[in-house]
Design a protein around this ligand. Structure first.
Ligand code: SF4
Length: 233
């Protein structure tokens, strides 16, 4: 079994957080009316995209009726519509639509993961669940040897968790949309508001605001450089 398949199996079989496991299976059992005829995934959701992708995108957690239903991160809900549209526009995906695991979507030099891999009630994982899951899985995914050069944090929780793992003793850069910092290992960390409906419906996050973060990531990855992204820092 490849390292990637092994990692995905470890994620999907994980039972470390009883409250989250119970919630995901309850949602999968009860189902939303619109998806009554579908079989929900109902398990932890593994990352999507190649392990050696240079762009790593880190969200909060699977959506209860999105990724927890379809089994692919950011797939099957409005947040995913926003994310894959932006990725496609910036050249990181072969299509803008993301409906299910067999829809033909492929990422290009990008990988998507999240801090917590089980859908939490009200989209709010507990601090212990955040530390358990991120130590178990995200910490390894953030390892520089995995190949990422630019990391995009979707939302404050992802931003803070990434800094905690990659710069535990350092001074934290406060979260804001468009914030950026160079991590101690030389990689670039960019921040975006999360494309949740709470942000997109209210206009707190607009498409141009969201697109600008991915355009910046693309620019940084494609420029020819003697800068921190060269990997020598
Ligand atoms: S949130 Fe993470 S650590 Fe907790 S059960 Fe799900 S996969 Fe395991």
């Amino acid at each position: 079994m490849s390292d990637r398949a092994q990692f995905e199996e470890q994620v999907t079989c994980c039972t470390l957080c009883p409250r989250l496991r119970e919630h995901c299976t309850a949602v999968a059992r009860e189902r939303r009316k619109a998806y009554r005829d579908e079989e929900y995934w109902g398990r932890p959701v593994p990352p999507f995209g190649s392990c050696d992708a240079r762009l790593l995108i880190v969200g909060l957690a699977p959506g209860a009726h999105g990724a927890n239903r379809t089994g692919r991160i950011f797939t099957g809900d409005r947040s995913g519509d926003w994310l894959y549209r932006a990725l496609h526009k910036a050249g990181f995906a072969n299509q803008a639509e993301s409906r299910g695991r067999d829809d033909g979507l492929e990422l290009r030099d990008a990988r998507i993961t999240c801090v917590v891999k089980c859908a939490p009630p009200d989209n709010k994982p507990l601090p212990t669940e955040i530390s358990t899951c991120s130590a178990r899985f995200l910490a390894g995914e953030l390892d520089k040897n995995q190949g990422s050069k630019v990391i995009i944090a979707l939302g404050r929780l992802a931003w803070d968790t990434i800094q905690k793992h990659l710069d535990p003793e350092g001074r934290r850069t406060p979260f804001s949309h468009g914030a950026r910092r160079t991590l101690p290992d030389g990689r670039l960390l960019l921040a975006s508001f999360h494309p949740s409906q709470q942000n997109t419906f209210t206009g707190r996050l607009t498409e141009p605001m969201f697109d600008s973060v991915f355009a910046e990531a693309s620019l940084q990855l494609h420029k020819n450089v003697e800068d921190p992204l060269s990997g020598n820092a």
